[in-house]
Design a protein around this ligand. Structure first.
Ligand SMILES: Cc1ncc(CO)c(N)n1
Length: 228
């Protein structure tokens, strides 16, 4: 598969269960527009303002993963992600928005787009109804997909680099070693969890959750394009 998602990993198997949805997500026209810098700014603005709200709910979902964990290692892994989301990833959004004259309080007050509501509440609902592995299957397209996208854009010679690309900071964040380390750790963590929680016997259900969350990622990119 890729260096980030090794062949034979549990995540690789989930991706193999929905190749069409996965490629519509990771190769979406929105992503191509980020890569070559042609994405209209209005599309990116709407996306990023909604992604700020998305990350708030995503942090709640990882807090739920702390609660659903049954050992300290899993608790610490989820708690570290809560902190990473709240302290690191959200600051990219705040910085971009500050460049457009938006304060963090104004960002928090923007109404949530239905695409953001659908995705985040779906993830939370899978986590509430199921166990930690169900929750991780719903979270995985997000964490891992952005790593796959970031690594591909960084490696692709066609990606527009430097200040000529208004989305340079976004690409740098999701292709940076800090983010890719989080993704690799997450892939390894899901492998261990799959083993521990008997994933083989419930693969169809886990694949349904993973596919549904992947489709909601496609809708999230489309939400950005629909704003123009
Ligand atoms: C919608 C979405 N998916 C994934 C990520 C990566 O964390 C993000 N920031 N937003």
């Amino acid at each position: 598969m890729t260096e980030i998602v090794p062949a034979g990993s549990f995540l690789g198997r989930l991706i193999d269960a929905c190749p069409d949805a996965w490629s519509r997500y990771t190769d979406h026209p929105f992503v191509r527009g980020i890569a070559d810098g042609t994405l209209p700014e209005a599309a990116f603005r709407h996306y990023l303002a909604q992604d700020y709200l998305f990350l708030i709910h995503f942090a709640r979902a990882y807090a739920l993963a702390v609660y659903k964990a049954d050992d300290l290692a899993d608790m610490r892994a989820a708690a570290a992600t809560v902190n990473g989301l709240l302290d690191t990833e959200m600051s990219l959004h705040v910085q971009y928005c500050a460049g457009w004259g938006l304060t963090e309080a104004e960002m928090a007050a923007i109404p949530e787009d239905p695409a953001c509501v659908a995705y985040t509440r779906y993830v939370l609902d899978r986590g509430m109804a199921g166990d930690l592995l169900d929750l991780q299957a719903a979270l995985a397209p997000c964490v891992v997909g952005y790593g796959v996208i970031g690594a591909r854009l960084a490696a692709d010679p066609a990606t527009l680099r430097g200040e000529a690309n208004p989305y340079e900071a976004w690409i740098a964040m999701y292709s940076g070693e800090d983010y890719l380390d989080i993704v690799r750790a997450s892939v390894a963590h899901i492998d261990r969890l799959a083993e521990k929680r008997g994933a083989a016997a419930r693969f169809a259900s886990l694949a349904r959750t993973f596919t549904a969350a992947t489709e909601l990622e496609v809708d999230f990119w489309q939400m950005g394009l629909n704003a123009v």
